[in-house]
Design a protein around this ligand. Structure first.
Ligand code: AMP
Ligand code: MN
Ligand code: MN
Ligand code: MN
Length: 293
């Protein structure tokens, strides 16, 4: 059945950033895709952290619904000692090199989780590693799983409080990231036929100069897009990032960064409209060449 928006020619609803239980989302890939379809999303990017594990199930579910899946991944990158997130959109989910390279990040996550557990234990919070694992359903151990444990065990009121008082620099349970280099992540994405997009650029709290340097390095290594509309961007941040996107002649992407129906930064498919003057990534030539499911 065709969605009525397609029949009357209304615009396609794109949401190109979301998470499932394959990483730190709370809906299974099936639950995620079904919710997106119910919310009117026409094209959903499934972009779990450092894994492709949810993509097969997402593809199978999408076949039963009127929705297209862009197979993706959100790769953790270390750039000048900071953690940056790079989306690979439209990657071939069966690309063995990509899976193999992502497994090195998964192993770092395992080591980091033990380290976080040890550090929290020293600060009088025992059992955090086991506690965090209790919230995982996939291969990926995320700080989000520790955060859910810390909230439910009464050490913090909200996830936001955890990321103020724990697991961040200078606070109990912090461990520095040792993720992929920008160039490596780029090569992994393009090697798997995808297009690279800087995720939620306003989240990194970079100065204007540093943001320019990041985007220059990103473009030099072959990056093409940045998120302008993100569930984690305020209206002002979105406007600023729209200007930055135009200035750097990057393609603009949009995504909710949906994790959890209970605590959505924004719900699936309920995104602001991309500001005028930005070229949407789906209107660029590169979009015709990427993988879809
Ligand atoms: P990790 O990649 O394991 O270091 O965990 C990072 C994840 O923590 C992000 O992908 C978010 O899902 C989550 N996160 C970071 N900051 C916050 C916050 N202030 N509130 C809720 N979740 C957050
Ligand atoms: Mn996350
Ligand atoms: Mn992210
Ligand atoms: Mn994300």
């Amino acid at each position: 059945m065709l969605r009525s928006s397609r029949i009357v020619g209304m615009s396609t609803n794109y949401d190109l950033h979301s998470h499932s239980t394959a990483s730190d989302g709370t809906l299974t890939p099936t639950g995620l895709v079904e919710r997106a379809a119910r919310r009117g999303v026409d094209v959903l990017g499934v972009t779990d952290h450092d894994t492709l594990d949810g993509l097969q199930e997402a593809a199978e579910t999408a076949r039963r619904h009127n929705i297209q899946i862009i197979p993706g991944v959100e790769i953790s990158v270390t750039w000048r000692k900071r953690t940056i997130h790079m989306l690979g959109l439209g990657v071939d989910r069966t690309n063995p090199q990509l899976a193999d390279n992502l497994s090195t990040l998964q192993q770092f996550r395992d080591w980091r989780a033990e380290e976080i557990g040890r550090k929290l234990d020293k600060k009088g919070i025992p059992g955090a590693l086991q506690g965090a694992k209790h919230y995982t359903q996939g291969r990926i151990l995320s700080r989000t799983h520790f955060a859910r444990f810390l909230v439910d065990a009464g050490h913090a009121a909200t996830l936001g409080d955890v990321f103020k008082h724990f697991l961040v620099p200078g606070k109990p349970g912090h461990v520095s990231g040792r993720w992929a280099s920008l160039n490596d992540a780029m090569n992994w994405v393009s090697g798997a036929g995808g297009v690279a997009v800087i995720a939620h650029p306003a989240r990194y709290r970079l100065t204007r100069t540093k943001l320019r340097e990041l985007l220059a390095d990103f473009k030099k290594s072959g990056g093409q897009g940045m998120e302008v509309v993100s569930g984690s961007h305020s209206l002002d941040e979105m406007r600023h990032m729209a200007a930055v996107c135009r200035e750097h002649d990057l393609l603009a992407s949009q995504g909710s960064d949906f994790h959890d129906p209970e605590k959505p930064w924004v719900d699936l498919g309920r995104l602001r409209t991309l500001p005028a003057g930005c070229t949407p990534i789906w209107q660029a030539g590169v979009w015709q060449q990427i993988h879809r499911l």
